[in-house]
Design a protein around this ligand. Structure first.
Ligand code: C2E
Ligand code: MG
Ligand code: MG
Length: 274
């Protein structure tokens, strides 16, 4: 236990210096309109290039940042950097930024969003804040009031990983989200037994009835793409179109604007991209 604790503390210590040492970067993954395969928006995803460990996944970095109080400065950096990069893209492509539960525990988040918009000069409606149920669960009243303020500023708000929490539908009643991102565990289950398909149909239909755009996360195969497209899902994010790529590659991709679907079994490299 002692060794595990030591390792955790050392990881957090190293993370403390990562921002200053320029070891953090953003990878960008397109979200594609199902009607015409055009890139509608792009999600910014945190990467840490650790000098010894190599590329560290956000699933390890974010919890460490939350435990050590670094989520504030790292989250602000992500917001600002994502908006600055988006400022170099065509004006109708928006950028999505993941914001963690702890960032929603302080009203300073609003000022940091305003700063990122001002410094980058992008229209507020081009910034989309992705929030997961854990943020809503942790601090409901404060989170709701911050979400309303972010909406007033003009940012769009999406509910990420929809369906994985225990009360996702309740949150749709409490706040008028702009978009629902259907978790990839549901997409993976399409065609595998009757339930997976039925749940996807129901969630896409729910979005349609509420007038909220739906996005299918983690689409990897042509069969999954055909299914979500057929059900009227608005956008797709997944390896079938592109893995997360560095900022320079997404700029090149955006110049083309339309992507070609390639089933993951077509052999494109899929590991954690830089
Ligand atoms: P997320 O926000 O749901 O982001 C989508 C994740 O799904 C990304 O993982 C992406 O690489 C992965 N993905 C996309 N398409 C596919 C696919 O077709 N197949 C599979 N197997 N995976 C796919 P990533 O980049 O490792 O990020 C994991 C999570 O870490 C994110 O999930 C998000 O919750 C969190 N995260 C990433 N960056 C940030 C950040 O800057 N701040 C905060 N608070 N959280 C972040
Ligand atoms: Mg997300
Ligand atoms: Mg997600």
């Amino acid at each position: 236990m002692d060794a595990a604790l030591q390792e955790r503390l050392s990881f957090e210590m190293q993370l403390r210096g990562a921002l200053a040492r320029n070891e953090l970067s953003l990878a960008f993954q397109p979200l594609v309109d199902t009607r015409d395969n055009r890139i509608a928006s792009v999600e910014a995803l945190l990467r840490w290039h650790h000098p010894q460990l190599g590329l560290v996944a956000p699933e390890r970095v974010i919890p460490a940042a939350e435990r050590s109080g670094l989520i504030g400065p790292i989250g602000d950096w992500v917001l600002r950097e994502a908006c600055l990069v988006a400022a170099t893209w065509p004006d109708d492509v928006s950028v999505s930024v993941n914001v963690s539960a702890l960032q929603f525990s302080r009203r300073t988040l609003i000022r940091h969003v305003e700063d990122a918009l001002r410094v980058s000069g992008i229209r507020p409606s081009r910034l989309e804040i992705e929030v997961t149920e854990s943020a809503l669960l942790a601090n409901n009243d404060l989170t709701m009031s911050i979400l309303k303020e972010l909406r007033r500023i003009g940012a769009r708000i999406s509910l990420d990983d929809f369906g994985t929490g225990y009360s996702s539908i309740g949150y749709l009643r409490d706040f008028a989200f702009d978009r629902i991102k259907i978790d990839r565990s549901f997409v993976r289950d399409v065609g595998i037994g009757p339930n997976g398909t039925a749940i996807m149909k129901a969630v896409i239909g729910l979005g349609r009835s509420l007038g909220i755009s739906t996005i299918a996360e983690g689409v990897e195969t042509s069969a999954q793409l055909d299914f979500v497209r057929g059900e009227g899902c608005c956008e797709v994010q997944g390896f079938i179109f592109s893995p997360p790529v560095p900022a320079s590659s997404i700029t090149r991709t955006l110049a083309r604007r339309t992507l070609v679907a390639r089933s993951i079994d077509d052999g494109i490299g899929r590991s954690l991209a830089s």
